[in-house]
Write a protein that binds this ligand. Sequence first.
Ligand code: AMP
Ligand code: ZN
Length: 471
Amino acid sequence: MSMKIYNTLTGKKEEFVPLEQGKVKMYVCGPTVYNLIHIGNARPMIVFDTVRRYMEHKGLEVNYVSNFTDVDDKIIKKAVEEGVEASVISERYIGECKKDMAAMNVKPATTHPLATQEIGGMLEMIQTLIDKGHAYAAQDGTVYFRTRSFKEYGKLSHKNLEDLRGGNRSLLVSGEDQKEDALDFVLWKPKKEGEPYWESPWCEGRPGWHIECSVMSKKYLGEEIDIHAGGEDLVFPHHENEIAQSEAANGKTFAKYWMHNAFLNIDNKKMSKSLGNFFTVRDISEKYDLQILRFFMLSAHYRSPLNFSAELMEAAKNGYERIVTCVDNLKYLESKTGEGEMTGDETALLEEAKGFADKFDEAMDDDFNTADAISAIFELVKFANTHAGEQSAKAFLSGLKEEIVLLSDICGLIVDKEEEGLDADVERLIAERQEAKKAKNFARADEIRDELLARGIALKDTREGVKIVRL
Ligand code: AMP
Ligand code: ZN
């Protein structure tokens, strides 16, 4: 089956056909780096990293670009508060963001451009827009995009110019009174005292926010790209303005597919510092392995609003650990089993298990429905728990394990905790307990069980033999 993507531009699920066969050019708007990233910012990172991983799994080569906005009012404000250069703030938080990304197993982008390193390209694109009549410099040196000159303005957010005009008179804020039209937006603005600035033909100043993505996308991916993505708050005005800038300057369709994740709320409320319900990814990492946060994010479809609460995180922890425990058990059983041939039944069962991978693919092909994809992993886990036992052939156990690990890996979930594998000591204790039970020395068996419990390992006696559960 082919991959389908819901395209915000058309409001429909469409078959994904890359511009160039076998290759994907994808741009994801990244964070403004003035603080540690919050768990809302983590949603697009995890979601679009998973889109990338699935496409790579399908054999597509993905060129993935995601910027850091490193010049912005909030960064400057923080720099003033700390009495340092703005670059000190942005460099610090880019470093911290990369640490969080690694802990969430979000792959580094092919390129992570920085706005401050791309000013030359921005000046060029702004000049082109002026030359083509799509932009103008006001007296104070501010350059505005002439929104009405781009006839398709509003096509992404499905707004029409007249509605926008009616609703946006307030856009004519102080300092913007030299605009020709309330709808026009800033491409370049004059510096203020103490702010970082660059020379330009219009004034010493800095770029507006939207121009950076148009320029970086063009530089690193070309004038036409396959996918442009970000959170739903970016549809208007950010992405609408990016389309206007890029298409007016380049005369080509900017991006074929526009993908937007819905928002993450906390206890059904918008996350905000003033409500005291604001969590950074770092806050969460103090309580949970960030793999659990990743699992939590993927347990909902990316276009559905997602509610974050303590209970839901606990549920995510249980869900994630169910998979890890199953993999641990399969490894444990593997270590106990000889190299014997698979039985006919086992061959048939392993074939049946492949059906879960098909289900997984079907869910992912349907606009990356990770919620259903994870359900398919759970079904496979249940299947493995039912059919794997101490009598199973090694090839059967490893076949099941590899499939669970592969599907989890496509979601970026690390479920084979190699580094935390059972140490020899634990294995010895489990074996000794089995012997003690055989010899009806239940006191010693219980003693060992308690010793393992103290190390965070519970033992469960099941029909198929002993199973371990990490606590
Ligand atoms: P910002 O630094 O505000 O530009 O945000 C970086 C990315 O995080 C953008 O794609 C935003 O749309 C996204 N984002 C911000 N807050 C949330 C949230 N609460 N839920 C989901 N995505 C968010
Ligand atoms: Zn952007």
